[in-house]
Design a protein around this ligand. Sequence first.
Ligand code: DX5
Ligand code: ZN
Length: 217
Amino acid sequence: MTARIQPSILSADFANLQSELERVGTADGVHVDVMDNHFVPNLTFGPRMVEALQRVSALPLDVHLMITDADRWAPGYAELGVFSVTFHAEAAQDPVALARRIRQIGSRVALALKPGTAVDPYLELLPEFDQVLVMTVEPGFGGQAFMADMMPKLRTLRAAAERHGIELWLQVDGGIAPETIGIAAEAGADTFVAGSSVYGAADPDAAIAALRETAAA
Ligand code: DX5
Ligand code: ZN
């Protein structure tokens, strides 16, 4: 089974982001949390910071937008040339139109579901997306506890992707650590965001290797 590990720079040292990217050189990509203090009660950074990261990152950037006005802002992130742009289901007036726009610009596109957001209304739209992000914490902060009760959503999505015959990446974000990654992998996730468990480790690359091995076991 494929297990893509994407460290979240939310848990990195913001004063040294370039070297923090280099500390996770064996990862499959880097997860970049954009927060606006409206969609979530926390604030990080915007397009200029992502542009700077894109300039120096050897790894593909997976941009997770936790912002209200995705229609207005998401295409601009795709225009920076990032690998993937994720917006939350509630944040777009017309999720399909926005997804098409992002794909047309050239980034992969993902739909994010908060813990309280039902998956059923989106199952028929899955061919419009490259990835679905199932949040396993309330978005906004790193270091929270993994919500195992989100696993049925992953199973539903995996079955629906098979029914559609599409190659949909299923990403989980929140509380991913050696103790939890196997649960998510077993439920169908193949793409794993890990903030505190990677950047909090003395050797982030060793933490990445351990996560990858546990997910594949
Ligand atoms: C939370 C963010 C996550 C966060 C995860 O809102 O979307 O990407 O960095 O951090 P951990 O892995 O510590 O739960
Ligand atoms: Zn995130």
